[in-house]
Design a protein around this ligand. Structure first.
Ligand code: ADP
Ligand code: MG
Length: 356
């Protein structure tokens, strides 16, 4: 299960410490007639936390497996730390992979599980013990070294899988939905810990997920996948607030899309506007709109309480439905707008992303 990772072939004998950059150029993967990944270009910086986000079947795992070397590329090239590894076997690449299914050896102690990869490499006992200690400290589980896997919680076992990968000192760590098997509360806690661990160890993380909140929470940048292509890559704020395609606008949460004649009549521009529900204000039906804002009159047709916020579905006279969301901290129960209320949905075109 563990991908072992001996030192990478250095660019030159006295090269500086390898940097952990990842560069894909024109990477294509075909399975027979089916093309799973198309002409992919990707540059991951040293020490970056990059997420690959997309629906099931969009090619994320295939890209990860090509970077690890478990899958050949059909066309294109892959460089790790500036070295062409396109034809390098997996064990000779300076990467390691953490999977969702992180099977630990049930009869080995946690320390022996974590040190296993070093033992396979023939590392001596005392050197091994020191590095096991460091790796367990990195995931804050030094105190469970002598336990067996079944004596740990799911979240702790996942951190052990991380320690087992980190101990081999990869320049790049690949993680394929590693938190997918954990329940929501534990997953959110692990997200914060994973981010802290990554910052401390300072190596490049490439993290696959289909969960948009997880990608936004963890990443320096998010690459949004669709049908074997990257639709958009940028910071969490970029992809969420300035989606460049309808797919990205819809995949990263709720969005109001207003285009064509209606957009033109409101703003003089036909291009589709994407407006997030939390950017959409509701006012009384007769309240005047502020300068620079646009609005549509309508009727509240559904009210959904979500805890931190309340979501309103508004059926507009223009014929489209809009979603507006208000944080519950900003208004009291008394001014709740019920179904049937006549309102105006108001937004500023500055807060609308224009889809090209
Ligand atoms: P993701 O990780 O985004 O869910 P994958 O990279 O696993 O997607 O798969 C992308 C596409 O490639 C899917 O349609 C999948 O069925 C197909 N695929 C993956 N591996 C193989 C394979 N070994 N043979 C044939 N098709 C495959
Ligand atoms: Mg996958």
């Amino acid at each position: 299960m563990i991908a072992t990772a001996p030192a990478a072939p250095a660019a030159s004998p006295d090269a500086a410490r390898p940097d952990g950059t990842v560069t894909l150029r024109g990477v294509t993967k075909a399975f027979g007639e089916f093309t799973a990944v198309r002409e992919l270009d990707l540059d991951v910086a040293s020490g970056e936390f990059l997420s690959m986000l997309g629906p099931s079947g969009s090619g994320k795992t295939t890209v990860l497996r090509m970077i690890a070397g478990f899958e050949d590329v059909t066309r294109g090239s892959i460089h790790l730390s500036g070295v062409d590894v396109t034809r390098t076997p997996p064990h000779a690449r300076p990467v390691n992979t953490v999977f969702q299914d992180y099977a630990l050896f049930p009869h080995l102690t946690i320390a022996d599980n974590v040190g296993y990869g070093l033992r396979v490499r023939g590392e001596g006992k005392s050197a091994r013990a020191a590095r096991v200690h460091t790796a367990l400290e990195q995931v804050r589980l030094d105190h469970v070294a002598d336990r067996l896997p079944h004596q740990l919680s799911g979240g702790q076992r996942q951190r052990i899988a991380l320690a087992r990968a980190l101990i081999l000192r990869p320049q790049v760590l690949l993680l394929d939905e590693p938190l997918g098997a954990l329940d929501k509360q534990l997953r959110e806690q692990m997200q914060i810990e994973l981010k802290q661990i990554q910052r401390e160890v300072g190596i490049t993380f490439i993290f696959v997920t289909h969960d948009q909140e997880e990608a936004l929470t963890l990443s320096d940048r998010v690459a949004v996948f669709n049908g074997g292509r990257i639709e958009q890559i940028g910071t969490a704020r970029d992809v969420y607030e300035r989606p460049q395609t309808e797919f990205v606008a819809r995949f990263l949460g709720l969005s109001n899309l207003i285009g064509g004649d209606l957009a033109e009549s409101l703003t003089g521009d036909r291009r589709t506007m994407s407006v997030r529900p939390e950017r959409m204000r509701l006012t009384g039906a007769d309240a005047p709109a502020a300068t620079g804002e646009v609005s549509l009159a309508g009727t509240v047709s559904e009210v959904v309480y979500t805890g931190p916020a309340t979501r309103y579905l508004v059926s507009t006279e223009a014929g489209i439905d809009l979603i507006a969301e208000r944080p519950n901290s900003r208004h009291s129960a008394e001014d709740d707008l019920g179904r049937g209320h006549r309102v105006r949905a108001v937004w500023s075109p500055d807060h609308a992303a224009r889809l090209p």
